[in-house]
Design a protein around this ligand. Structure first.
Ligand code: GLN
Length: 497
């Protein structure tokens, strides 16, 4: 058995039966990473010795017959914006290049307690702003299906790591699509849970009212397991809620009682690639064959989703990123001599902050901070930020109305398959539009899932997006499982050897 061609659930069965040890599993993944990481560049930081040491601890625990956690011995890759105690956490930014958090994020505590083995911190767009990993200060990751193409973003490293079989599962974050979009482009499963479902404590914030942590995996059994472990109330995140966490793995294979599916009309307009369109319509036929009723539904305010998102998210980012000023957190410029007579008038502290921020942040992060500062500024807030909040409410109302008649909404995750490096970097607006189908669920706070549903003629993965009402992850996963059981797209792997 090649452990690196496996899933977390099957590896757990093998390890629990004694057929393979956690150390052997971990070594297999580390060997594969050593061989292929130079091409894929999924990671920003790895510590093979620490991973192996943890694996040996798990093996000892198992041998002693002690209780082992639900992920005991399973390697996992972690997006580099989740705080890991004593381990570099850079957000792919020069600003945090030397940051080692003094504490673990809640999700990290939970996966550690479950016995997962961190295999490394993954690459991303700087501070999670982007859709391709091209905004990483440390260079982009490659799509394992075609190394000339982007893996998606911002959690591109976490998606590439699973698609390349560097780990069976990984964690990412999704503010406007950053889990679902790279999952779709890398041919794997990616879930953005309901906004308040998973604690954000220790997630380095981009846009606090939209950010959410979620799993990547090859199939839904792994998604269900990882979600169960990370979900739930956390007293350290006031936005996490007490709503009970269902036993997602247990109910996964029970088809939902009701399978009324709504096809989102607005997600099939201009800009949708015909091959993606055809794959989604074929997926709908699979559901019909499984007994689902399918009807077209409208989310009439969807077209305002991108403009609203690109006001709300930058507004929150401009506030969240104000803390990186060279005083306590982050990069501090060494030279802050005035570069103009006007600057010479400024207090030295201000000059230090200006120089530190100018050096520490990349161009996209600066663009967002400026957009957000403008949208919030006196005299403009009513025209921009407050207007965007009203649109956000209308978008949420659209979903509420749609979910009166259907159980699950479906559509494409992305308008096209993975694009080439450099294709959209010169045009920020074109890059922003790669999230056109994913951002509305963040604005509404509801869960969204992308599962593999096809390949283009040139062999690039296509993702089917499913959306459910808030806290209906159980129904979402069970509905997606109906498709997964009827097809074999989730078993396809890139020919990366
Ligand atoms: N691509 C979107 C952006 O650049 C979404 C990013 C995300 O979800 N973190 O803002």
């Amino acid at each position: 058995m090649d452990p690196t061609r496996s899933t977390a659930v099957t590896l757990l069965a093998e390890m629990n039966s004694g057929a393979i040890s956690a150390e052997e599993v971990t070594r297999a993944y580390l060997d594969r990473i050593d061989r292929l990481e130079g091409r894929i560049k999924a990671f920003l930081h790895r510590d093979a010795d620490a991973s192996l040491e943890k694996a040996r601890e798990i093996d000892a625990l198992r041998r002693a017959g002690g209780p082992v956690g639900e992920l005991a011995g399973v390697p996992i890759a972690i997006k580099d914006l989740l705080c890991t105690r004593g381990v570099p956490t850079t957000c792919a930014s020069k600003m945090l290049a030397t940051f080692r958090p003094p504490y673990d994020a809640t999700v990290i505590e939970r996966i550690n307690a479950a016995g997962a083995i961190s295999i490394g911190k993954t690459n991303m767009d700087e501070f999670a702003m982007g859709s391709s990993t091209e905004n990483s200060a440390f260079g982009p990751s490659k799509n394992p299906w075609d190394e000339e193409r982007i893996p998606g973003g911002s959690s591109g490293g976490s998606a590439a790591a699973v698609a390349a079989d560097f780990a069976p599962i990984s964690l990412g974050s999704d503010t406007g699509g950053s889990i679902r979009q790279p999952a779709a482009l890398c041919g794997i499963v990616g879930l953005k849970p309901t906004y308040e479902r998973v604690s954000r404590y220790g997630l380095i914030a981009f846009a606090s009212s939209l950010d959410q942590i979620g799993p990547f995996s090859h199939d839904l059994a792994d998604t269900a397991l990882l979600l169960k472990i990370i979900a739930g109330k956390d007293p350290r995140d006031a936005t996490s809620v007490d709503t009970p966490v269902p036993d997602y793995p247990k109910t996964l294979d029970t088809p939902p009682e009701s399978l009324r599916i709504g096809l989102v009309r607005e997600f099939f307009g201009d800009g949708l690639d015909p091959e993606v369109d055809a794959a989604i319509r074929e997926a709908v036929r699979v559901y019909e064959a499984a007994g689902a009723t399918v009807r077209e539904v409208s989310l009439p305010h969807s077209k305002y989703g991108a403009p609203a998102y690109y006001l709300v998210a930058p507004a929150e980012c401009s506030s969240n990123l104000a803390r990186y000023d060279g005083t306590i957190f982050g990069h501090r410029a060494e030279n802050f001599d005035p570069i103009s007579p006007a600057e010479a008038e400024l207090p030295v502290l201000i000059r230090m902050m200006m120089a530190s921020r100018a050096e520490g942040f990349g161009p996209e992060v600066k663009r967002r901070i400026m957009l957000g500062t403008f949208a919030l500024s006196a005299g403009y807030a009513d025209q921009y930020y407050n207007q965007a909040l009203k649109v956000r409410r209308l978008i949420r109302n659209d979903f509420d109305t749609a979910f009166k008649d259907v159980d699950i909404l479906v559509g494409p995750t992305t308008p096209t398959a993975a694009f080439k490096f450099g294709e959209k970097t010169a045009d920020p607006l074109a890059m922003y539009l790669s999230d056109i189908y994913t951002i509305t669920t963040n604005l509404a706070g509801i869960p969204g899932l992308s599962i593999p549903c096809g390949l283009t003629k040139s062999g690039l993965p296509i993702g089917l997006q499913l959306m459910a009402p808030a806290f209906a992850e159980e129904k979402l996963l069970r509905t997606a499982r109906v498709f997964e059981k009827a097809t074999d797209w989730h078993t396809k792997r890139p020919g990366l050897v």
